[in-house]
Design a protein around this ligand. Structure first.
Ligand code: NAD
Ligand code: LMR
Length: 340
């Protein structure tokens, strides 16, 4: 009897310590928006998330009340911009996802969002640097090529910058690439892997079809596919006709990235996602951030993979990418210097 009780206690202890080490608080800033709501829904369905903190300048508590009725174990709390709302949402978070900010309308580039979104992201980064400096920060708000450097400058100014914990979410580009290539080839998209490197806007999005399952794609078919991957976001903006940009596919992509980080944090090896990070790959050309496949680990970035072998056509795409990327990154850095 005693032995049975003792082994039961041991089992309980093990079960407790396993779940305690896997307790993961995730905060979503901009949780009531077009991306924020479905993203929060997917996070509520993720058993790796133990606590969900939903912050928005309006509507956070309503979204939280709604999601909190879903019968999964995580707790959901909504926060608003009162005295300590943002700080409380952030405190203790392992992951902070930022989809706060305005989306594009037809005719706009992502860079046209800079004037509005730069200060939104800067202010949220200030709060995160204070309340949860060790969290992984996942920036969704556009223009990603500039908003990620903004977060890094804010953290640097406060002496808490850890380049391994800052990620621009570019997952949607590979999600689209695998879907679009499968449509041209009549294949199953879940079997299609297309690396996409560079940044997250127009020509800074560089698909590497030579490294896909269809390396011999060439000519007009290749050009059309590359163009569709680079400008996939515009397709949705046009179809939504003024009502915003991709939200549902973005929520799926953001939830996938968060899930990958949690898997890696919880000990899984070999978890690789494309992401726009502080990267050594093109630093010698003055480009401090670059998206490439990154292996994730318990400390965030584990290993940054390079772009691999590219053909002449892809080298030209990369050359064009680097020109724009450099300007986009500098714009973010300069913004924080001028508007700390
Ligand atoms: P949306 O307008 O539907 O939602 C944005 C939300 O942010 C709103 O609920 C708003 O109240 C909130 N918000 C605004 N300022 C805030 C602040 N200071 N603090 C907290 N919340 C704040 O827009 P959306 O469609 O969800 O898009 C959000 C952003 O994501 C846009 O910048 C869009 O361009 C970008 N986006 C990025 C990707 C990507 O691949 N990285 C994909 C799609 C969209
Ligand atoms: C996307 O790629 O869908 C997003 O960056 C939103 C946009 O403005 O296109």
């Amino acid at each position: 009897m005693f032995a049975a009780r003792q082994s039961f206690n041991l089992f309980q202890k093990r079960a407790f310590s396993a779940s305690a080490s896997q307790a993961s608080k995730v905060a979503v800033l901009g949780a009531a928006g077009g991306i924020g709501q479905p993203l929060s829904l997917l996070l509520k369905l993720n058993p790796r998330v133990s606590e969900l903190a939903l912050y928005d300048i309006r509507g956070g508590p309503g979204v939280a009340a709604d999601l909190s009725h879903i019968n999964t174990n995580s707790t959901v709390t909504g926060y608003q911009p009162d005295a300590s709302g943002l700080r409380d949402a952030l405190k203790g978070s392992e992951i902070v996802l930022i989809p706060a900010g305005v989306p594009r309308k037809p005719g706009m580039t992502r860079d046209d969002l800079f004037n509005t979104n730069a200060s939104i992201v800067r202010d949220l980064a200030k709060a995160a640097a204070e309340a949860s400096p060790e969290a992984n920060v996942l920036v969704i708000s556009n223009p990603v090529n500039s908003t990620v450097p903004i977060v890094s400058e804010v953290y640097k100014a406060r002496g808490v910058y850890n380049p391994k914990r800052l990620f621009g979410v570019t997952t949607l580009d590979v999600v689209r690439a695998s879907r679009f290539i499968s449509q041209t080839q009549g294949t199953n998209p879940s079997n299609e892997k297309v690396p996409v490197v560079g940044g997250h806007s127009g020509v800074t999005i560089v698909p590497l079809l030579s490294q896909s399952g269809h390396p011999s794609l060439a000519g007009e078919a290749r050009d059309a596919l590359v163009n569709r991957i680079q400008f996939g976001g515009d397709e949705v903006v046009k179809a939504k006709d003024g009502a915003g940009s991709a939200t549902l596919s973005m929520a799926m992509a953001g939830a996938r990235f968060a899930e990958s980080l949690l898997r890696a944090a919880q000990g899984e090896k070999g978890v690789v996602e494309p992401t726009f990070v502080d990267s050594p790959l093109y630093k010698d050309q003055g480009i401090n951030f670059f998206a490439s496949p990154v292996e994730l680990g318990p400390n965030g970035v584990e290993k940054i993979n390079d772009v691999g072998a590219v053909n002449e056509y892809e080298q030209k795409l990369l050359d064009a990418c680097l020109v724009d990327l450099k300007k986009n990154i500098q714009k973010g850095v300069d913004f924080v210097k001028a508007n700390p």
